[in-house]
Design a protein around this ligand. Structure first.
Ligand code: ASP
Ligand code: MG
Length: 254
């Protein structure tokens, strides 16, 4: 049985652009905690940071950089976001623990060693999640996890592929048997058309996984298609806008 009080909330980079954004994101989390929920927050890199790191590393090295080194560099986007988010929660007087692969005692996400496109080792990850993350939640901590990154068996930092924070969020939801995984975006919910192309697209209330999958694969930036394979049937995925009053609305993925 999934735990209905337990939720994973993922903030995309577009929600983490200005200091005001980041503060609003933290307030949304605290509001959920006050409703009695146990929360794992997954953060992406601040908007544009991954691209900047990637372009700088590639251009400066003339492309002569190993995939392993590139993963180390790219991981810094999410690792920095984690520290910023955890710091803000602390400044608001909330108990929060930020996780990082440099502290393997608390790190839960394990992968193979395919740098740049690593696969999550679900068995090892779920075991680590239960042993390391669950006790923190039970002690009342909000747990903040950098998305997109993992640790290989050999102890190297890996990345899950561009947009991979979605994968981190669904994997954590699965291992924790969370009732819900909520994806917070700058634009609320899933729209019936690209608002840049259509003047007033309508909000889609619910999608099933197949529809979601074809949308994601067709390039509509909803969720990383690979994240859907970790969804269990009892888990609700929801896409909510930053502009909505709380994390309860948006589009449900069934
Ligand atoms: N920051 C990474 C990217 O831009 C991962 C993510 O945003 O999910 O691809
Ligand atoms: Mg990003």
């Amino acid at each position: 049985m999934p735990d209905p009080t337990l939720m994973v909330v993922k903030f995309g980079g577009s929600c983490l652009e200005t200091p005001e954004n980041v503060r609003v994101a933290a307030e949304k989390i605290i509001a959920e905690q006050k409703k009695g929920r146990k929360i794992v927050v997954v953060v992406s890199a601040l908007k544009g940071v991954t691209d900047q790191l990637l372009q700088t590393a590639l251009a400066a090295s003339g492309g002569r950089i190993s995939k392993r080194q590139l993963d180390e560099i790219l991981s810094m986007g999410e690792r920095t976001s984690q520290r910023i988010f955890t710091g803000i929660l602390h400044s608001m007087g909330v108990k929060a623990e930020g996780l990082d692969p440099a502290n393997p005692n608390l790190w839960p996400i394990y992968t193979n060693s395919e740098h740049g496109n690593a696969e999550v080792d679900l068995e090892q990850t779920c075991k680590a999640v239960r042993e390391k993350v669950l006790p923190l939640l039970e002690k009342g901590f909000i747990v903040v996890v950098p998305g997109f990154i993992g640790l290989s068996r050999g102890g190297a930092i890996t990345t899950l592929g561009r947009g991979g924070s979605d994968i981190t969020a669904v994997v954590l939801g699965r291992c924790l048997d969370a009732g819900e995984v909520v994806f917070v975006k700058d634009v609320g919910g899933v729209l019936s058309a690209d608002p840049k192309l259509v003047s007033s697209p309508s909000r889609v209330e619910a999608l099933d996984v197949e529809e979601m999958f074809s949308l994601s694969s067709a390039g509509a930036k909803v969720l990383h298609p690979k994240s859907l394979k970790y969804k269990t049937s009892s888990m609700t995925l929801r896409v909510v806008g930053m502009d909505e009053p709380d994390l309860s609305g948006g589009t449900i993925i069934k």
